[in-house]
Design a protein around this ligand. Structure first.
Ligand SMILES: NC(=O)c1ccc[n+]([C@@H]2O[C@H](COP(=O)([O-])OP(=O)(O)OC[C@H]3O[C@@H](n4cnc5c(N)ncnc54)[C@H](OP(=O)(O)O)[C@@H]3O)[C@@H](O)[C@H]2O)c1
Length: 416
């Protein structure tokens, strides 16, 4: 029934380590600006740029909260040629993450302001929180970017579900695109950074015990979960991974094999986690606790999270970063009293606003691992966003992310 695979790659001790807990407050984010036209910009694609230097753009906006199918609208507008430190951008790829949907539903703590700067009939916010963009033109005072460069947004909440955008240079991180794809760049800022920081910042790993310490996580096939598996593997940490049971055993086995392929040490289903067999499994894997489980990562909640907490070693952290089951985390008091477990939350948006340079460094580390073949792409369902694509099709794709088991993350890829 249960066949763990022990993968013991050499630990990358040189990767560096800092044991810090980051708690900070969220800074407000700037929206896109539409500025008066100036004709100093370079031109990447004549089709979208008028004789007066205006770029034609389409953008998915919402003016009230609700289900994506009810509130999202495709809005067309013009973007002036950039002036000063402004940069005009073209979308390469932007994912549809759970947080993006929650934001549209109005149940996410960060709420981009509803504004009229794009000329919408009602004040509107632009959906999407991360993505890869290409620079198509720059203002005269832009110092670090030029046409053809790839960038990601420094902060979440700036609106990435748009074919084109105008941002200030200070809002952008330049990416060394060598050896990278739009998919890899467009999905780096949220999930890999979240996994990376949770593993590094919430546990003082004993690097001398490489391959003898564990982390346990649910939602292991999510973008964050896949990143955690791969980073832990590089850093010599074993992973015990929980996934939801599929409709039949063949599909479940296929999913398990998928995660073993990323370097997972053990993969079990949620029903195994909640069964009587779970404790003996953990004893077997950890040699009766001689190899401690020192970190728990929880994006599910409910009974699942409680079961994970119960097998953590004393003084460990359970970090909650999502609530996919919508069930509260309810924990036995003894875990706090007798095991001194520490229960934390992590939110990459707040952490990134507080630690902008560390965020850039983290992104660069992930890109280095990607180029080295140690960080594989997440499975995706590409949604081609062509200029003529009807709004109903784009919006349907967003709504579809809420339905059942998914074979990959949906991602808008802009094609001119
Ligand atoms: N706090 C932060 O800073 C932060 C950053 C990034 C992500 N997150 C959160 O992390 C979670 C995963 O995000 P992601 O972008 O990595 O996800 P993703 O790649 O879109 O995958 C979604 C994951 O959620 C699971 N899931 C869906 N519905 C579920 C349910 N009812 N019960 C249990 N699991 C369910 C899926 O499992 P199946 O395949 O079995 O459906 C899959 O593993 C989300 O809650 C997201 O909001 C938080």
């Amino acid at each position: 029934m249960f066949a763990p695979r022990i993968a013991r790659p050499a630990a990358n001790r040189a990767a560096g380590y800092s044991a810090m807990l980051h708690r900070s407050s969220l800074r407000s984010v700037k929206g896109m600006t539409a500025s008066p036209c100036s004709l100093q910009a370079g031109i990447a694609s004549p089709r979208f740029i008028s004789a007066y230097g205006y770029t034609q753009a389409k953008v998915l906006t919402y003016s009230k909260y609700g289900e994506p199918k009810d509130v999202l609208k495709l809005h067309k507008h013009s973007i002036a040629a950039p002036s000063g430190t402004q940069v005009n951008l073209r979308l390469l790829a932007t994912p549809m993450n759970p947080a993006d949907i929650n934001q549209i539903q109005g149940v996410y703590p960060s709420k981009p302001p509803f504004e009229t700067t794009l000329g919408t009939a009602e004040p509107a916010a632009v959906a999407g929180n991360e993505g890869a963009f290409e620079v198509i033109s720059t203002g005269s005072k832009v110092s670090n970017l030029s046409q053809g460069d790839w960038v990601v947004m420094k902060q979440t909440g700036q609106g990435t579900w748009r074919t084109h955008a105008q941002m200030d240079e200070s809002q952008l991180i330049k990416v060394d695109k060598e050896g990278l794809t739009p998919l890899q760049v467009g999905t780096v800022s949220v999930n890999p950074v979240t996994a990376y920081r949770m593993i590094k910042d919430f546990c003082e790993w004993d690097w001398l015990r490489s391959g003898e310490e564990w982390l346990i996580q649910n939602g292991a096939n999510s973008g964050v979960g896949r990143a955690a598996i791969q980073l832990a593997r590089v850093w010599g940490i074993n992973t015990l991974n929980i996934v939801r049971d599929r409709e039949d055993t063949a599909q479940t086995e296929e999913l398990k094999q998928d995660l073993y392929g990323l370097g997972a040490t053990a993969v079990i289903t949620e029903s195994e986690l909640l069964s009587k067999e779970f404790r003996p499994m953990v004893d077997e894997l950890t040699h009766k606790g001689k190899q401690p489980i020192r970190l728990g990562l929880n994006c599910v909640g409910g009974k699942n999270a409680a079961a994970i907490a119960k097998v953590l070693a004393p003084d460990s952290h359970l970090v909650t970063y999502g609530a996919m089951s919508k069930q509260p985390v309810s924990l036995p008091s003894g875990l706090l009293i007798f095991k001194n477990l520490i229960f934390d939350g992590f939110w990459v948006s707040r952490w990134g606003d507080k630690n902008p340079q560390l965020k850039e460094n983290t992104i660069r580390d992930v890109f280095d691992l990607t180029r080295a073949g140690k960080f594989k792409d997440i499975p995706v369902q590409e949604v081609k966003w062509t200029w003529d694509k009807p709004d109903s099709e784009l919006i349907q794709e967003v709504q579809g992310t809420l339905s059942g088991f998914r074979s990959g993350k949906s991602i808008f890829v802009f094609e001119e």
